[in-house]
Design a protein around this ligand. Structure first.
Ligand SMILES: [Zn+2]
Length: 122
């Protein structure tokens, strides 16, 4: 197998550290094909500069094609500002910045409810 293929994966997933969502993420990632890098960070996309920095590494080293950004309901990192609307706004902003910087990347957004439902955002 060529070295590049051996050291590539299809996607990166970005989600919050919150223990309450991990069981949902574990079963969700089973459906992802061809490997993924994983960034677990308080608030998901809340710290966008940090997310972009990590994404750059993933893109450069692993030649990713897809980005999954997952914010969740009742996120403590957002505190009182964390309405569904705030999360959706931040997810869309992150998507816009990523697509501007990496036009070839597909960016998929989810708002994860605490009942385990992955709500698509577009
Ligand atoms: Zn959170």
């Amino acid at each position: 197998m060529p070295m590049k293929a051996a050291h590539s994966c299809r996607s990166i997933i970005v989600h919050c550290i919150d223990f309450r969502i991990q069981k949902f993420l574990i079963s969700w990632v089973e459906d992802l094909k061809d490997g993924y890098d994983r960034l677990s960070i308080a608030g998901g996309v809340k710290d966008l500069p940090f997310v972009l920095e990590q994404l750059e590494v993933s893109h450069r080293l692993h030649h990713i094609k897809e980005v999954y950004l997952i914010n969740h309901e009742d996120c403590g990192a957002y505190g009182k500002q964390g309405s569904a609307g705030t999360h959706i706004r931040d997810l869309l902003k992150a998507q816009k910045e990523i697509v501007e910087k990496y036009p070839g990347l597909k960016v998929i957004l989810y708002y994860l409810k605490l009942n385990g439902s992955f709500e698509p955002v577009d």
